[in-house]
Ligand binder design. Structure first.
Ligand SMILES: Nc1ncnc2c1ncn2[C@@H]1O[C@H](COP(=O)(O)OP(=O)(O)OP(=O)(O)O)[C@@H](O)[C@H]1O
Ligand SMILES: [Mg+2]
Length: 248
């Protein structure tokens, strides 16, 4: 369980990315995060796994404040949180398997990681992850020879290979043909059925309401909606999407 308390992020240039956000994320939830461009969706996800440091507030993971965790504690936290990026963030000159294996690095010391000293268990998990995303036949293929949709599936397999309790996905389908959105959301939903909590930033409202158990709506850094898709009335939608991108 993750408890976010009074979370505020002010960037060095003075921009407020998040403004006093309070939310509790339960185990096994499938949450979609919506809002205009610049609303704070990415900042929110990146604060949870500490790609961004919060300016103030607390992020309690199973009761422990991780907002200021360092060293081994931070490593242990990151190990259990998979992150899926819009631009995949793969090593394109390496194979699908090598990329997925890098999801296991958090379980080894840096030296073993540099030498690629993966265990049989790591390899088995990587193979399982690639099978789960439908890429069992691409294990040895270099990532730059895969389509965008396949590359994103490798990235999701990498997150799954971490044996995460939580997967954070920041607009994972935004760089892909819209037809692939359901494939990506379907895979995330399958992993969620295994008990992994999933938080997805998403632009397309219909996809969010179709897949999410719960929706978080951000507007100018503030959490302005928190509820099931069924509670997303037209006036709530207006509130979330109030203000133009140019105002931000
Ligand atoms: N590195 C940064 N430095 C300064 N300001 C930033 C930085 N990253 C984000 N911001 C600002 O913080 C606010 C929230 O940005 P964020 O990227 O979290 O929004 P978003 O909801 O993910 O938008 P998008 O839908 O375009 O991805 C915006 O005003 C943005 O300009
Ligand atoms: Mg974003």
């Amino acid at each position: 369980m993750i408890e976010v308390r009074n979370l505020t992020k002010i960037y060095p240039n003075g921009t407020k990315g998040l403004d006093d956000v309070n939310v509790t994320i339960g185990d096994g939830e499938f949450i979609c995060v919506i809002g205009l461009s610049g609303a704070g969706k990415s900042t929110f996800l990146r604060c949870i796994n500490r790609l961004n440091d919060a300016t103030s507030g607390q992020i309690l993971v199973d009761g422990e404040d991780i907002a200021h965790a360092q060293g081994p504690k931070l490593r242990a936290l990151r190990r259990r949180i998979g992150f899926v990026f819009q631009q995949f963030n793969l090593s394109t000159r390496l194979t699908a398997e090598e990329n997925v294996l890098s999801g296991r690095l958090g379980y080894h010391n840096r030296f073993a990681g540099l030498l690629g000293l993966y265990t049989a268990d790591d390899r088995q998990r990587a193979a399982e992850a690639l099978r789960r995303v439908g890429l069992a036949d691409k294990v040895s293929v270099r990532v730059d020879q895969l389509s965008g949709g396949q590359q994103q599936r490798v990235a999701i397999a990498r997150a799954f290979a971490q044996n995460p309790t939580l997967i954070l996905a920041d607009e994972p389908m935004a760089s892909l043909d819209p037809k692939l959105s359901n494939v990506i959301m379907g895979i995330l939903k399958e992993f969620n059925k295994d008990g992994i909590s999933v938080l997805v930033n998403i632009h397309v409202l219909e996809l969010a309401t179709q897949y999410a158990d719960r929706i978080l709506g951000f507007n100018k850094g503030r959490l302005v909606f928190d509820g099931p898709p069924s509670a997303l009335t037209p006036s709530e939608i207006d509130r979330i999407y109030a203000g133009s991108v140019a105002d931000l």
